[in-house]
Design a protein around this ligand. Structure first.
Ligand code: HCA
Ligand code: CU
Length: 375
């Protein structure tokens, strides 16, 4: 069973998600995404730095002053000019980051840890005077020397940040490593703890969950998981992970809005909803093999750990294929208003199997076959 610690979701579709290969949201689309996430009920949304482009600054100001329930954060370099711009645009929180791993320090900014900390002190001091939520994240946390991590997190905590972030920037961390690192940071600093995990090795959702188990208070997600390369933990994935363990963990969100949110963002970036997307895949609640359909028709929990109705979705049972079982055929008959005896359903199933061996079947063909059994 999962811990029942409070946690918040930080949806980064309007920052990390904008870094996805095919994303370029218009102002109207940014607003639509912000409002949809607000309606869903995520606690925070993170927006692209106002220093990125003039329109990004205008959109941040518009969305931050919109009066949404969700708190509006912006993600900026740890630099006084960027921090000032974030405050001027009305952001309620500022997410600072600095690369701390050897690899990124060398390839990206070339600064020593002392220099990072003195810049952080100036920027954090400025932001504290402006009463915004401050988060400081070590980019590439999981390839950073643990002694360096301990030093940086202790220092920024003492400077008064509200939250520290651990970022698996390259998607290399394993679930156990995430658990151990988050637990160590949790024991060392009194602040809130955020986890941001990329999906390069397919562990983003598992890692987010392990971070939560280890005491992370804030989990980063994006709609469909879009982001740099193949993205980060998806909102649907993290919600599904938690809901499957205990629906109460996500009861505060308007879950039925999730499939439409996924559809909207997929259309905006021009990709289909992935076939393996939790909850909103067209096949997420589709059952096919005879053994499965028999059990799921008698007790949905046999093959469903999520209740489709909780997400505004419906279970589907496939009958137009050669793996069909007679229980599913009988159920399809009932849907059509045809009462099939067991013998008739078995016979119909045998015919469907033989036809399915020969060619692809469609639902109409199977329905027509079932009508032959109508009294
Ligand atoms: C980036 C890197 C980042 C930052 C995450 C964070 C990452 O694209 O700027 O600020 O916690 O994955 O490290 O997305
Ligand atoms: Cu990232």
């Amino acid at each position: 069973m999962p811990p029942h610690e409070p946690f918040a979701l930080i949806d980064c579709t309007l920052r990390e998600g904008e870094q996805f290969a095919t994303a370029r949201f218009s102002s109207a689309q940014r607003l639509a995404i912000a409002e949809a996430l607000d309606a869903f009920g995520v606690e925070y949304i993170e927006l692209t730095s106002p220093a990125a482009s003039p329109q990004s600054a205008r959109d941040l100001a518009l969305i931050a002053r919109r009066g949404l329930r969700t708190r509006v954060l912006t993600h900026v370099r740890c630099h006084p000019d960027d921090a000032r711009l974030a405050v001027e645009c009305g952001a309620q929180g500022v997410n600072l980051l600095y690369a701390t791993s050897e690899t990124l320090r060398r390839a990206s900014h070339g600064r020593a840890i002392e220099a990072i900390l003195s810049e952080a002190e100036a920027v954090i001091g400025y932001l504290r005077r402006h009463n915004v939520e401050i988060r400081f994240s070590c980019e590439d946390t999981f390839r950073t020397d643990p002694a360096v991590l301990a030093r940086v997190y202790a220092a920024v905590a003492a400077m008064g940040v509200r939250r520290v972030g651990l970022a698996d920037t390259v998607g290399i961390a394993t679930p156990r490593q995430v658990y151990a690192t988050v637990a160590a940071v949790r024991a060392a600093v009194p602040c809130e703890i955020e986890f941001h995990g990329h999906n390069d090795a397919g562990c983003a959702v598992a890692n987010a969950y392990c971070a939560y188990e280890a005491g992370a208070t804030h989990l980063d997600v994006t709609v469909l998981g879009i982001g740099e390369r193949n993205g980060i933990a998806s909102l649907g994935g993290v919600v599904a992970r938690l809901a499957s363990l205990d629906p109460a963990l996500v009861a505060r969100y308007d879950l039925a809005l999730l499939p439409e949110l996924d559809r909207m963002v997929a259309a905006m970036v021009g990709v289909p909803i992935p076939f393996d997307a939790p909850i909103s895949s067209p096949y997420a609640f589709h059952h096919k093999a005879g053994l499965h359909t028999r059990a799921v028709l008698s007790d949905p929990r046999s093959y469903e750990v999520l209740d489709p109705a909780a997400f505004g979705r419906a279970r589907t049972v496939a009958v137009a294929h050669r793996l069909v079982g007679w229980h599913a055929v009988a159920e399809r008959g009932r849907e059509l208003g045809i009462a099939l005896s067991e013998a008739a359903a078995r016979e119909a199933a045998a015919r469907i199997k033989a036809l399915g061996d020969d060619h692809d079947l469609d639902g109409t063909t199977v329905d027509e076959l079932l009508y032959e059994y109508a009294e």
